[in-house]
Design a binder for this molecule. Structure first.
Ligand SMILES: Nc1ncnc2c1ncn2[C@@H]1O[C@H](COP(=O)(O)OP(=O)(O)O)[C@@H](O)[C@H]1O
Ligand SMILES: [Mg+2]
Length: 267
């Protein structure tokens, strides 16, 4: 895909918000008119089929692509109002094991070959690959990506883990590296003395591309396989990050509830 931005979403920790960020960004790029391919590489804790509500149709994955299946036969279009967003689910752990045995290779080798094929497809402006916690798979495919988003929660341990992930991915040939802070709880900055955005940015050597606020209602939508509504700060944050990646200068909390825009001092 010449001219296509290829975005890897990674972290060395599980459960920090990678899949949420990957899907949120994919949806916002599609809303901004991009042709997006969202690809789940996380076989062990695959979740994007659930978050997109297409678990019953998620029959094919990159293993089928490696077996020679056509992209058009494998891809899903999870949201009717977002025809520009196509989705390739992850293989089941069982299918992955079978293929490892068939080909005499490990998971990293399969992921690398799968991403190599997918990255060569035409017809997309944006490829977004979600990976699992742990970095082996991400490292195996890192060199195919033009941008790596290392995802971290607000805690100092998570930020440190993100820095470790970034340095390992850089050594594997990953492209531009950016930090994405997720589940950020602004009210906890003063109430519980947790790190604010500036403190996180100062404590990290990574360039921060955006902050996705904590939204207690998010899981409700995710459980139903729906995107969070446009008024959710998660949606606004993903839109802001998507626009920054496209080169626009977007204020940190643009489009967010007043709470975020007013309490600059708590940053
Ligand atoms: N911004 C957020 N606000 C509230 N909950 C979040 C947010 N981001 C992620 N979560 C929750 O955290 C959990 C892990 O998120 P997920 O995206 O699956 O992480 P990962 O892909 O890193 O394992 C999920 O229950 C999800 O609903
Ligand atoms: Mg995930």
């Amino acid at each position: 895909m010449p001219g296509c931005e290829r975005l890897l979403v990674a972290s060395s920790k599980g459960g920090v918000g990678k899949s949420t960020a990957a899907l949120g960004l994919a949806a916002e790029f599609a809303r901004l008119g991009k042709r997006v391919l969202l690809c789940d590489l996380d076989s062990t804790s695959r979740s994007l089929d659930l978050l997109t509500g297409c678990q019953n149709e998620a029959l094919f994955s990159f293993t089928d692509i490696l077996d020679g299946m056509d992209a058009e036969d494998a891809l899903l279009t999870p949201f009717r109002d977002l025809p520009g967003l196509r989705f390739l689910p992850a293989p089941t752990p069982r299918r992955l094991s079978e293929m490892k045995a068939e080909r005499g290779t490990d998971e990293s080798g399969l992921i690398r070959s799968g991403v190599e094929r997918i990255a060569a497809w035409d017809g997309y402006d944006m490829l977004i690959c979600d990976t699992g916690g742990g970095l082996d798979a991400a490292c195996a495919a890192a060199s195919f990506f033009t941008l790596t988003l290392v995802v971290s929660e607000q805690s100092q341990t998570s930020v440190r883990a993100a820095e470790y992930a970034a340095s390992r991915l850089e050594r594997c040939g990953a492209g531009r590296m950016r930090l994405c802070v997720t589940s950020f709880d602004l009210s906890a900055v003063k109430r519980e003395n947790r790190a604010g955005v500036i403190e996180i940015i100062d404590s990290s050597s990574l360039q921060c591309v955006g902050v996705i606020p904590y939204d207690p209602r998010l899981e409700r939508f995710q459980d139903r396989g729906e995107l969070p509504p446009r008024r959710s700060p998660v949606t606004a944050a993903c839109r802001n990050i998507a626009r920054r990646i496209m080169g626009y200068d977007v204020p940190l909390f643009e489009g967010m509830p007043k709470l975020y825009r007013r309490r600059r001092l708590a940053l």
